[in-house]
Design a protein around this ligand. Sequence first.
Ligand code: HEC
Ligand code: HEC
Length: 377
Amino acid sequence: MQLIINVNLRRLALALVILMPCAAELKEATLQILRNGENAGSYILQAGDPSLAEWKLPPLNIADQTSADHTQSDALIKLGRALFFDPKLSSDNSRSCASCHRPKLGWSDGRPTAVGLNGQPLDRATPSLYNSAYGTIFTWDGRASSLEEQALGPVYDPSEMGSSADELLTKLRSDEYYRKAFAEVFTEQLITDQFITDQFITEDSISRALASFERTLLVQNTRFDQWVAGDHNALTLSEIRGFGVFLDSERGSCATCHAPPNFTDDGFHNIGLASFSDPDPDLGRYNIRPVKLMRGAFKTPSLRNITLTAPYFHDGSAETLEDVVEHYQQGGVSKGNLSPEMKDIDLNTQDVDDLIAFLRAISITRDDESINMASEQ
Ligand code: HEC
Ligand code: HEC
C-alpha cells in the first residue's frame, strides 16, 4: 500500500510516501518523505538512514561554547555545579537554582508554575535545562541571549532568590571554598583587566561558572537517537509511525516548530493556550518584541526528555502528554492571535497513540544513570 500526503516541513514543500510493510516479518515501516524545491531529496524513516542526519545532535565541543577568552575546564564546571546547588545564592539562604530546576524532575520542578520565595505561585513554569547548550535564546520570552546573560536573573529577582549583586559578592567572597575555587579556575585566565585584581569572584565569573555547568546537562542518547544512528531495534513500529505523524503536516505538523535536531526552532509562537483569553494575559515575547505576531507567543521548548517535565506549557495548563496532543488536535483554544503555523490537524486514535509513543521514545527513563549522576552533589 502506498499513500501520498502533502507535507510542509518548515519552508520545504514535501510529499510523504508511506509504504506500509507488506510482509508480516518486516519490523519497520518504511516511511519516505520526498522533498521538492531547493532541498530536493527524501526522508526515509528507517534506522540509520542518511536522510535522517539532520535529526542527529551535533557533537558538542563544550570548550567552544563559552566566551572567546575562556575555555570550559572541569574545574569551572565543578564550581558552577557548587553554585547551582548552593542556597547562599538566595537572600535568606533558603533556596538554590536546584530548588526549582530539580535534577530528577528533568531540571524542572513538577509544578504548573514555579513557586516564589514566599511560597506564592509565579506566572510561568520552570523550563527544563536539558540541552540548553544547543540553545541560542533563553527564557520563555527570549529575554536572554546566552546562558551567561540569564544566570544572575533569578538571583536578583525579588520573587525568585531575592538577592542583590552586593549581597551575592559579599557572601561568596567571604566563603573560603569559593575564594579558593574561583582563584584556581580564574588565575590562569588573567586576560581581561577585570580579573587583574585579587577579586576573582565577580558577577561575570559567577555567570560563567553557572553557564558552564548548565552546558553539561545533555540528553543525546534517547532511543530515538539510537534509531537515527542505526539501531533497528531501538524504536517500535508504533513509535516510528508516531515520528511520521510528528513530521506530517496533514497530521501532527509538529516538526514545523519542533525542528531538527533539538526539537525546537528557538522561535516564538502563540499556540492558542486558553490562558491567552484571560483579561490580562501574559503577552510573552511581545513584552520584548512588540509586534502583533508576538502577542502571547512563547519559545518553542525542546522535547528530549519531555516525559520527565510534566506539567506542560509556560502556564502549566497541560498535565499530561495526552492533554498536550489534545490541545493541538483542537488547533488551540484561544484563537485570537494564533500562529499561522498552527494547522488544523486531524488525528485518528491510532495516530494519537503513535505520536504519544514517539514522544516517550525521545526521553530517557527516569532511572537512567546520567540523571542520577547529575543529581549527585
Ligand atoms: C523560583 C524558581 C526558580 C529558581 C530558584 C531558578 N529558576 Fe531558572 N527559571 C525559572 C522559571 C520560572 C523560568 C522561566 C522564566 C521566564 O521565562 O520568564 C526559568 C528559566 C531559566 C532558564 C532559561 C531556560 C530556557 O530554556 O529558556 C535558565 C537557563 C535558568 N532558569 C537557570 C537558572 C539558574 C542558573 C538559577 C540559579 C541561579 C535559576 N534558574 C533559579 C524558575 C527558577
Ligand atoms: C506553531 C509552532 C508549534 C507547533 C506546530 C507545535 N508546537 Fe509544540 N510547542 C510550541 C510552543 C511555542 C510551545 C510552548 C508554548 C507555551 O507554553 O506557550 C510548545 C509546547 C509543546 C510541548 C510542551 C513542552 C514543555 O516543556 O512544556 C509539547 C510536549 C509539544 N509542544 C509537543 C508538540 C506536538 C506533539 C506537536 C504536534 C502535534 C506540536 N508540539 C506542534 C510550538 C509548536
